[in-house]
Design a protein around this ligand. Structure first.
Ligand code: SF4
Length: 345
């Protein structure tokens, strides 16, 4: 529970927490149901917006509670209709969320930390270092805020691929996932968590929130290269990640996604493709090949289109499902690896 100036943030309460709060005010339990509906279905941004409550009741709630909100600092739209939002938190730290529209869905890529400690060489967020973990309600508030902006449309799918390593903020992310499924009624099939490979937490994730789609940012086929571009590999080498993925229980028809950012002369050789086939054999999976989006100042270069196609061909020849994913929102720095909360977006 988050308390600021002696007031409780209603969004920091679980379902049971809301009922306990309502009981503590000697109100009947059905007020808790109303509160949940206004918070999560109607997206009330303040207690005063809960018009189902009398003015008197709103005033007494205002005395002891409040509803947190992210402040929209800026939004920009890409030529491919991707939208990037810069939000300020209560402590004025900033995070980014990216809305990616497709034919039949609106996917929101949300952040789980301010900055990130993982230090991936190809990622702009890594340059901020870790500032702090997000609270679960701050993770969820990104969906609230975007839903309010795009009204009457609504976010339909969630990917935890924004700023931060979700499994390094495990408890808050697990809590946020429960809120997203329970309160927003977004099914677990429509939620994907992407990790750089925090092995012990991959297996724990399934126990805490079963059926969430798992994506692993792999990006190399030897520990030598992965150590260089993803320092987390020194703690959790490739073999340990693959073993964890083999143990990750999958629902029928579901697959683990392996993301492979293609970096010129680093991880894009035909030998890498053959090694990838071997590494992933026995795992129900697909591979997303993502040509690098170099950020300003990065020394890494994008793999040529020909090399990406040749790499994909080897994977396909070996019956590995492999897709080339041009990142969306590149012209507004909203693509994979380009997020970095700042005012100049
Ligand atoms: S790619 Fe992901 S895990 Fe790696 S530094 Fe960037 S945000 Fe962190």
């Amino acid at each position: 529970m988050t308390i600021i100036m002696n007031k409780i943030n209603l969004k920091s309460l679980s379902r049971e927490g809301i009922y306990r709060f309502i009981e503590s005010l000697n109100l009947p339990r059905y007020r808790g149901d109303q509160l949940i509906r206004w918070l999560y279905k109607k997206g009330a941004a303040s207690i005063d917006e809960i018009t189902e409550f009398s003015k008197e009741l709103r005033n007494s709630l205002n005395d002891v509670a409040y509803i947190s909100n992210l402040a929209l600092v800026k939004q920009v739209k890409s030529s491919d209709n991707t939208k990037k939002f810069l939000f300020a938190l209560q402590d004025f730290q900033k995070i980014e969320s990216v809305l990616i529209p497709d034919e039949d869905r609106l996917t929101l890529c949300i952040s789980s930390q301010v900055g990130c400690a993982m230090g991936c060489l190809f990622c702009r967020t890594a340059r901020c270092g870790l500032v702090r973990n997000l609270k679960s309600y701050e993770i969820v508030d990104q969906i609230f805020s975007v839903n309010r902006i795009i009204k009457p449309a609504k976010v339909t799918n969630i990917v935890l691929m924004g700023m931060g390593e979700p499994l390094a903020n495990f408890d808050e992310v697990v809590d946020a996932l429960w809120r997203i499924t329970e309160f927003f009624c977004i099914s677990k099939r429509k939620i994907t968590l992407s990790t750089a490979g925090i092995v012990p937490k991959i297996l724990l994730l399934h126990r805490k929130v079963p059926e969430i789609n798992l994506a692993v940012s792999l990006n190399a086929t030897t520990d030598e290269v992965r150590n260089e571009i993803m320092p987390v590999n020194k703690r959790y080498p490739i073999r340990s990640i693959i073993d964890a993925c083999k143990k990750y229980p999958l629902q029928p028809g579901r697959k683990i996604t392996f993301e492979y950012v293609m970096i010129d002369r680093k991880n894009d050789f035909p030998e890498d493709a053959y090694r990838l086939v071997k590494l992933l054999s026995g795992i129900r999976c697909k591979v997303n090949l993502i040509p690098l989006n170099p950020y300003p100042g990065s020394e890494l270069k994008k793999t040529t289109d020909e090399k990406v196609l040749a790499f994909q061909k080897i994977l396909l020849q070996h019956k590995l499902r492999a897709f080339i994913r041009e990142s969306r929102g590149q012209d507004i720095s909203a693509a994979c690896g380009q997020l970095r909360a700042e005012n100049k977006i």
